[in-house]
Design a protein around this ligand. Structure first.
Ligand code: PNS
Length: 166
């Protein structure tokens, strides 16, 4: 059984992530979406919220039972080994992603030779898209409907609303 991990911050999940999830699921028998818990980027959403949002998106957009969503902490290669995963899936948007992704993939391979990183080039319509841009647009009340799955649009606006009311 081929198990793949698609790790990331997913803060929040975008249509670009969803596109990669669907395409990567064709490559493996089981795809585990690993949501990074102890993230130095100080995420907007808690790990539990990000996991719940991804689960909702998957339920609304796919009928794939081979995808599982979990939060993880610590080193990615340790998490992958614990899950018996042999593949790490990452998306590449543009050349600007390349240096960081290459370093990550090579370091992970050095740490565990049994785990390889497979890259999916993002579909052209999502090549400019990032969770950071979604957050910035939403924080100013802009329209994020063309960037994130419909079922989580309100959750993103609600998060900013709740932050403004404290
Ligand atoms: O969506 P992101 O923020 O680009 O994802 C980055 C992620 C989660 C893949 C990366 O930060 C990660 O794997 N973190 C876990 C710690 C780790 O294993 N670091 C790699 C050693 S260089």
């Amino acid at each position: 059984m081929k198990i793949g991990i698609y790790p990331g911050s997913f803060d929040p999940i975008t249509l670009g992530h969803l596109d990669i999830i669907i395409r990567a699921s064709g490559l493996v028998d089981q795809l585990i979406i690993g949501v990074l818990k102890n993230n130095a980027k100080r995420p907007l959403f808690t790990a539990e919220e990000r996991v719940a949002m991804i689960e909702k998106v998957l339920k609304d957009n796919t009928n794939l039972t081979k995808i599982k969503v979990e939060a993880f902490g610590g080193l990615l290669v340790d998490y992958a080994a614990e899950k018996n995963a042999s593949i790490i899936v990452r998306g590449l948007r543009a050349i600007t992603d390349f240096e960081y992704e290459l370093q990550l993939a090579q370091t992970n391979h050095k740490l565990n030779k049994n785990i390889d990183t497979v890259f999916f080039t993002t579909s052209v319509e999502y090549s400019y898209l990032s969770s950071s841009a979604v957050k910035e647009i939403a924080s100013y009340g802009g329209d994020i409907r063309q960037f994130v799955p419909e079922c989580i649009v309100q959750s993103v606006y609600d998060k900013y609303k709740s932050l403004r009311s404290v």
